[in-house]
Design a protein. Structure first.
Length: 146
């Protein structure tokens, strides 16, 4: 009886390992980097995954300005940036580039963390994500008065 249990355990373990290997092979490499600025930390161009991105966002100090964290998908050239402006209030921007040049235009909105997290999840999954928040078009920075 013991041998049969061991054989089943080995067989189950082998099946589990094969499932894990298949799952790992189904995962595509995401070439996503991030940058951030907060009271005690600045990061530029470091690779990141979704779980780490969620953790980093939650570390932003809304009492410190300017705080921000942004993510760039280096494969699709998409980007998104977040600033924490209150305990559960976030300002979000997507830079709009024209032939690779930024001329001050952004899609922007304010939202709570639950919606932000969902949008970020879709961003990392490389599926349509831009329709998840109520965006408004705006021109900012030195370009605002052009």
């Amino acid at each position: 009886m013991r041998c049969k249990i061991l054989q089943n355990q080995i067989q189950d373990t082998t099946i589990d390992e094969l499932s894990k290997q298949k799952t790992i092979s189904d995962v595509t490499y995401q070439n996503i980097t991030y940058y951030m600025h907060d009271r005690n930390r600045t990061v530029t161009g470091k690779s990141i995954d979704f779980l780490s991105a969620t953790s980093e966002i939650l570390l932003l100090d809304w009492d410190y300005s300017p705080n921000y964290i942004g993510f760039t998908n280096n494969k699709t050239k998409e980007n998104i940036q977040f600033s924490c402006v209150g305990p559960d209030e976030w300002y979000v921007e997507i830079l709009i580039k024209n032939n690779g040049n930024w001329e001050g235009y952004v899609w922007c909105c304010y939202s709570e963390f639950q919606a932000i997290e969902y949008t970020l999840k879709l961003f990392f999954e490389e599926v349509p994500w831009t329709e998840t928040l109520p965006w408004k078009l705006k021109r900012i920075g030195k370009y605002a008065n052009d």
